[in-house]
Design a protein around this ligand. Structure first.
Ligand SMILES: Nc1ncnc2c1ncn2[C@@H]1O[C@H](COP(=O)(O)OP(=O)(O)OP(=O)(O)O)[C@@H](O)[C@H]1O
Ligand SMILES: [Mg+2]
Length: 248
């Protein structure tokens, strides 16, 4: 029997007393792109944080499966090593660590091998070119003074080099300009070209990203649950009608 790459089963998640996810299920197959849209406060970032293994969020029931294996209790590090990429799993800024140093360490951990500085530089240059990034970026200190767009580029560069099997991207930044959105869409498309089996879960408010990415599935999340799943027609309906029709 063909199993899903990634499956979330009836997840209940609370932050302290506050019940946020109220029975959320989602199944992602190899190579599929899923978009999750939903109004502010519906629990999208909570879902991302839960998948990240953030201890502020308690799973009270349900499970998370990766290749059919229950990973609900796995630590963030182990999830990352297994091939799950979470865009914001890294600290905001690491003083004195350059983008290239950071990537060398992260890729070595993922591949369980010591990747040389030359190897990393080579693949970084290759990807930075594909992503239209300035080569001087490699020497910058991680996230220090990065603009919103540069943070996105860095995120996508990490995704490209880490070669994940599943990428979960929470596009919460409200101030992203069209270029930064394009970086994300273009980056995901480039990485998928290299690895057509990559599964993607993209949390976003922006119809614009979806136009460029053409997700296979669009899910509408309201009040801690997915209330509708379909194709691009759902996001088009959203664009014209808003969330009103889906609210309880
Ligand atoms: N650590 C926490 N402690 C208490 N309540 C929390 C916590 N994290 C999130 N919440 C609450 O859970 C609800 C969902 O928040 P979440 O950030 O997941 O929404 P979201 O769908 O990502 O919203 P947005 O579209 O604005 O990014 C909100 O009411 C929020 O205040
Ligand atoms: Mg959010």
């Amino acid at each position: 029997m063909e199993r899903s790459l990634f499956e979330i089963k009836d997840l209940l998640v609370a932050a302290g007393e506050h019940q946020i996810l109220k029975g959320l299920s989602l199944s992602v197959g190899k190579g599929e792109v899923h978009a999750i849209m939903g109004p502010n406060g519906s629990g999208k970032s909570t879902l991302a944080n839960t998948l990240l293994g953030n201890p502020d969020y308690q799973i009270t029931s349900g499970s998370i499966l990766f290749h059919g294996e229950d990973i609900t209790d796995w630590s963030t590090d182990i999830r990352a090593k297994a091939g799950i990429f979470l865009a914001f799993q890294y600290p905001q800024e690491i003083a004195g660590v350059s983008v290239i140093q950071f990537l060398r360490q992260a890729v070595s951990a993922r591949k369980a091998a010591d990747i040389s500085a030359i190897e990393i530089r080579f693949s970084m240059m290759e990807w930075m070119q594909k992503l239209g990034m300035d080569p001087s970026f490699a020497q910058r200190y991680l996230n220090e003074g990065f603009s919103g767009g540069e943070k996105k580029r860095n995120e996508i560069l990490q995704m490209a080099l880490l070669e994940p099997e599943l990428a979960i991207l929470d596009e919460t930044d409200s101030g992203l300009d069209i270029d930064a959105l394009r970086v994300v869409a273009r980056g995901v498309n480039e990485v998928r070209k290299e690895n057509p089996d990559l599964g993607v879960v993209l949390i976003t408010h922006y119809q614009r990203i979806l136009d460029e990415l053409s997700p296979d599935f669009v899910h509408i999340m309201i009040n801690g649950r997915i209330v509708a799943s379909g194709g691009m027609e759902l996001s088009e309906k959203l664009e014209s009608e808003g969330y009103e029709g889906w609210r309880e």
